[in-house]
Design a protein around this ligand. Structure first.
Ligand code: 13P
Length: 256
C-alpha cells in the first residue's frame, strides 16, 4: 500500500497564493512511487490548479462538495462538476460536522457521490474530547465509519480512504493536545477491524487509514510509524512549504 500525505489547506490562500505555492511545491518534488501526495485547496482554486498540477508528482483533493449532481442548490458545487478536476475529496471533516452541521446521512451521500464521479473519498472520522472522556470513542468510530460508508456498493470500498482525526488533536481547536502513538494505534486497530468485518479481509485490509491532528515535520516520523497508519492528513503545517516538503521527505525515508 502507498503512503499518503494530504495537505488540507482549509480556508486559506487566494487563488494566486495557491498557484504560487503549488508552483514552488512542484519544483521541489519528484515522482515517488510509494508516496502519494495531494493538496486540498479551496473549491475556487481547484480548477486553475488542475491545469497547473503535474499529476505524475501529486494529486488534487477537494475539501467538500454537494452530493447532488445538479439542480436547485444555490451556492453548491457538485462532485459531478469536480470530476476530472479533483482526484480525492475530504468528506466528513469535523469542521463540516460541527460548524456546518453535516450529519452521517449527508456524509454517506457525499461519499457515494464522490465514488460515482470517480473521486476517491477521504472519509474523516474522530471523537471529540468529551466523547473520549466519557469512554465513547469506540462507539463514535463505529457509528461514523459504518454510516459514512452506508451508501456505497461493497466493491467500491477499494476507492475509499479513511482518516482518523481526533477532534481534540486538531491544531485549531482550543487547548489541542497531541495524540500519542498508542492512542492512535488503538483506534486505527478498531477501524481496521470494522473494515475487515464489514468487507472481508481481502478488501478491508486494503483501505488506507490516515492520521490527522497537529502533524508537522518533527512528529511525522513518529506518526507514520504507528502500526496501521498508512499516511497523514495535514492541516496547519501544510500551509508552510518547508514543513510540508519536510513531511513528504519523512514519508519517503520511512518507506525506504
Ligand atoms: P492540523 O494539522 O492543523 O491539526 O489540522 C488537521 C486537520 O484538520 C486536517 O484535516
Amino acid at each position: 500500500m502507498k503512503t499518503y500525505i494530504v495537505g488540507n489547506w482549509k480556508l486559506n490562500f487566494t487563488v494566486g497564493e495557491a498557484s504560487i505555492y503549488l508552483h514552488k511545491l512542484l519544483r521541489k518534488m519528484s515522482n515517488y512511487r510509494d508516496v502519494e501526495v495531494a493538496v486540498a485547496p479551496s473549491t475556487i482554486a481547484l480548477q486553475p490548479l488542475s491545469l497547473q498540477v503535474d499529476r505524475h508528482k501529486m494529486k488534487l483533493c477537494a475539501q467538500n462538495a454537494f452530493y447532488r449532481d445538479y439542480g436547485a442548490f444555490t451556492g453548491e458545487t457538485s462532485f459531478n462538476q469536480l470530476r476530472g478536476v479533483a482526484d480525492y475529496a475530504i468528506i466528513g471533516h469535523s469542521e463540516r460536522r460541527y460548524i456546518f452541521g453535516e450529519d452521517d446521512k449527508m456524509i454517506a451521500k457525499k461519499v457515494a457521490a464522490a465514488v460515482r464521479n470517480r473521486i476517491s473519498p477521504i472519509l474523516c472520522i474522530g471523537e471529540t474530547e468529551s466523547e473520549r472522556a466519557f469512554g465513547e470513542t469506540a462507539d463514535v468510530i463505529q457509528d461514523q465509519l459504518v454510516s459514512g460508508l452506508m451508501d456505497i456498493a461493497e466493491d467500491d470500498i477499494e476507492k475509499v480512504i479513511v482518516a482518523y482525526e481526533p477532534v481534540w488533536a486538531i491544531s485549531s481547536v482550543k487547548a489541542a493536545k497531541l495524540a500519542t502513538p498508542d492512542e492512535i494505534a488503538e483506534v486505527v486497530r478498531m477501524i481496521r477491524q470494522i473494515l475487515v468485518e464489514t468487507y472481508g479481509a481481502e478488501k478491508g485490509e486494503k483501505v488506507p487509514i490516515l492520521f490527522g491532528g497537529s502533524v508537522n515535520s518533527s512528529n511525522a516520523g513518529a506518526y507514520l510509524t504507528v502500526p496501521g497508519v498508512n499516511g497523514l492528513l495535514v492541516g496547519g503545517a501544510s500551509l508552510i512549504l518547508s514543513e510540508f516538503t519536510g513531511i513528504i521527505e519523512v514519508a519517503k525515508r520511512v518507506r525506504s
